[in-house]
Design a protein around this ligand. Sequence first.
Ligand SMILES: [Zn+2]
Length: 351
Amino acid sequence: MTMTRRSRRPPPAGGVGPGGNGQQIDRSGAPGTFDPAAFPTLDARLRLDGGAASARWRALLDEATTILSDGAMGTMLFAAGLQFGDPPEVWNLTQPDVVRRVHRGYLEAGSRILLTNTFGANRLRLGLHGLDRRVSELNRTAAILLRVEVEAAGGRALIAGDIGPTGEIVAPLGTLDYGEGVAVFAEQAAALVAGGVDLIWVETMSDLLEIRAAIEGVRRAAPAIPLITTMTFDTRGHTMMGVSPEQAVQALSTWGADAVGGNCGNGPDEMLPVIARMRAAAPDVILVAKSNAGMPELVDMRAVYRADPATMAGQALAMQEAGATIVGGCCGTTPDHLRAMAEVLAASSTA
Ligand SMILES: [Zn+2]
């Protein structure tokens, strides 16, 4: 999904920021700089519940060599009449048939992990529209809409509860208190879990401190659930806040993410080196590539993405060869793109 660009100069990544109660929060993911109980490892999570929460996720990993996720939700809703600036999550309540049709399109294309229509369904972003008291309703409904479609399609796909950024910057660079950020993400994650998601997918993050707050919030709500985390590397190979692919994969895997990668950004040409750099830095981490359909171009004040299905299909193979296990699309991708990607990935696995 897209997020508002800020004109501030990207600060150096890593380093230390203040947490709640004036406590210093290290954003580097270095061992010894965080409480392991708040960021449980896979082993610790399997001990918690005997693997119940992650059974479907681990079965999918065992079954498929490369897993196709879905493509854009926002792009499809704009095409169906959503007005720029309106919160897409409201359509879970007002236009549920449209949201379900988008999910159905990706299921028919072959997607095995689909994201709920909840990218901006956190208290802070919903508050911009006076909807901050409807976090639970919007997230639970989104999970149920997707579950209905997944079950109708045979139940072979997993439902990822989608969590995007708050839209605010964590202190001291910005004004969002770290502890409040954790609570905001925990509230959204709890609602998604109540709606029955199979996993949580935190996406389009630029700041390691904010994504750390998201992971901590998810773990507070659902200690054992599988967790995918992706950041957006759209600024000279780094995130807008200056995080490199190596820093991201190291920190996020240390904090207990089950899969790590990139989403959104400037298209597959810029995503490919991100995946290669993560693979070189962390050979054992499950990697994710969910690229936009090319570099966004501004036409009539709207972002336009020009990569066609054949181009994205070719790039899906390249992502697979670079080391990505989960491949999908972000802004500008449609069920046609995902179907083309599914076909080449299926052909490569039987070749
Ligand atoms: Zn995107």
